[in-house]
Design a binder for this molecule. Structure first.
Ligand SMILES: C[S@@+](CC[C@H](N)C(=O)[O-])C[C@H]1O[C@@H](n2cnc3c(N)ncnc32)[C@H](O)[C@@H]1O
Length: 269
């Protein structure tokens, strides 16, 4: 019930929604300095488990979250490219891409100063350049990047149209924009219209709701155990909702199809 009220409050105004999410992400990065918590997405699990990707031993801990990143980037050439992740959060995704796909340069941008400080501390030896910036006003020159990626972040933005326009601005001609996120039914219809008017060519769109749900299922027990160690008191319930544990609004809405999770690959003309 509380989660549904929270979601309704966020619908009052897009600018208000953006501020509320920023306060939440600032708070989480400041309060939880746990160095092994470096991803904040719902994860992805292949329905056909023979597709399981090869990971180094030290990355197994984050397998489900990494699989979402892998799905988002693996069909795009990143080697020797200038790559940006918008909404890089606690930094694990950009670090994974840098270590496995050999981009020329890898940037991570987030509007939470605390999240950027966290990344610069935890990934101090990484080649990723984490910097403060807003998705709707990216701190990059026109036509300066080959690939922009965006994972489970765009639902927080006040103006997705401004975001798509700015991604288009910073990409080189022929550059790729790969993003994955969820929307409820009606906002998803708006998203499709926004993308159709964004000036990009659509390369591919994939409904990955079942793969995300499968990850929520397969990781649920382990997630609850990690939560038990990290979070206590009154925060446990709202953070469980936030993390999409079984029984949460997110879990139920994805299961019923009211919420869909999509991946898009787009190309600048
Ligand atoms: C659910 S987390 C996902 C983080 C990361 N992509 C991952 O998968 O682990 C969403 C992230 O988007 C960031 N974000 C939200 N709105 C943003 C904006 N307007 N500009 C830049 N980052 C934003 C948040 O601070 C947060 O770190």
């Amino acid at each position: 019930m509380a989660a549904r009220i929270f979601v309704s409050i966020l619908k009052i105004s897009p600018k208000f929604k953006k501020v509320v999410w920023k306060i939440i992400y600032q708070f989480l990065a400041a309060k939880y300095q746990t160095e092994d918590w470096t991803f904040m997405n719902y994860g992805f699990q292949y329905l056909n488990e023979s597709k399981k990707i090869e990971l180094k031993e030290e990355d197994e801990y984050n397998r489900f979250f990494i699989q979402l990143y892998h799905f988002v980037v693996s069909t795009i050439e990143l080697k020797n490219k200038r790559v940006l992740e918008v909404g890089s959060g606690r930094g694990g995704g950009a670090d994974y891409i840098e270590r496995y796909f050999q981009p020329l340069e890898m940037f991570g941008v987030d509007y939470s100063r605390n999240a950027i400080d966290f990344c610069n501390k935890v990934f101090k030896d990484s080649k990723v350049d984490y910097k403060l910036g807003d998705a709707e006003n990216l701190p990059f020159e026109n036509g300066s990047l080959d690939v922009v990626i965006n994972v489970e972040s765009s639902h927080c933005y006040a103006n997705a149209t401004a975001f798509f326009a700015d991604v288009n601005r910073v990409l080189k001609s022929g550059g790729y924009f790969s993003f994955a996120d969820f929307r409820d039914k009606e906002p998803f219809e708006n998203l499709k219209k926004e993308l159709a008017n964004s000036g990009f060519d659509l390369v591919k769109s994939t409904n990955i709701s079942l793969e995300v749900l499968r990850a929520l299922d397969d990781f649920n027990e382990e997630k609850m155990e990690r939560f038990g160690k990290m979070f206590g008191g009154w925060l446990k319930k709202p953070l469980s909702e936030f993390a999409g544990v079984k029984g949460s609004v997110m879990y139920k809405d994805l299961s019923s199809g009211y919420t869909v999770y999509y991946h898009y690959i787009l190309r600048k003309k």
